[in-house]
Design a protein around this ligand. Sequence first.
Ligand code: GUN
Length: 298
Amino acid sequence: MAGQIIDGKQVAADMRAELKEEVAKLKEQGIVPGLGVILVGEDPASKSYVTAKERACEELGIYSDDNRLPADTAQEDLIALVNRMNNDPKINGILVQLPLPKGLNESEVLLAIDPDKDVDGFHPMNVGKMMVGEKAFLPCTPHGVIQLLLRSGVSIKGANVVIVGRSNIVGKPLANMLIQKNDKGNATVTVCHTRTKDLAHHTKQADIIIAAAGRPNTVTTDMVKDGVVVIDVGVNRVEDATKKRGYRLVGDVDFEQVKEKASLITPVPGGVGPMTITMLLYNTVESAKRAAGLVSDE
Ligand code: GUN
């Protein structure tokens, strides 16, 4: 079966159009959602993600307060900036791009963010609320993965889902979200990782595979069953002398081969990536509505 490709750019564009309308309506009531963005250092991938996030804000009419700091920024100065944003009523969401340069304490910085402005969903308060099924900001990449599945007509309820990767940003929160007793969950989830004894044994049972290992060719065609749904979260740079920039982007899945067996599959780029940013914008708009008392915490 040759798989159909899930067009993440299109799904993201549809959601952004909905959000743009919502932002315009909020503006009529004098509410302008605002996102505070902090990038520390010069990591090229982080720089391009942050630029894309700032552009997306502009496109939707969301105010963004952009801060680019040198790699040798002191921990106290970074925390002071987070605190300034915590106290700024124009800012509804705070995004500190990860990873932070060596020498900075990531967990201390995430803890300093006001949980009510934690639109990344990384604060332990939001992680805990999400885990026990209370309303919380959902982390953007896992939430984007779930939206891609739902908006492509995939039934999550009762599905055997295999997640490859156990990061704090993707694997762990996604597993938690997929086992919740709600309309985004009710799946049977297996989380595989670098110490899993026989990865193929697990992936062969999967109705849905979510690859988030950070390594090309982690999932190959011999490891999947016919008709599987494959979501590729990986973004890996591989050298390519035919490209002007000297590299190309690939996911964690051998896309060309696996697409022949899959019923649905996401490409890289153009799959999960555009959804991550979209869910960040979604959370920022939600936060602005909560701050204005337009939605309850229930
Ligand atoms: N680094 C990689 N993904 C993310 C993300 O979703 N949010 C932040 N803040 N940093 C990241």
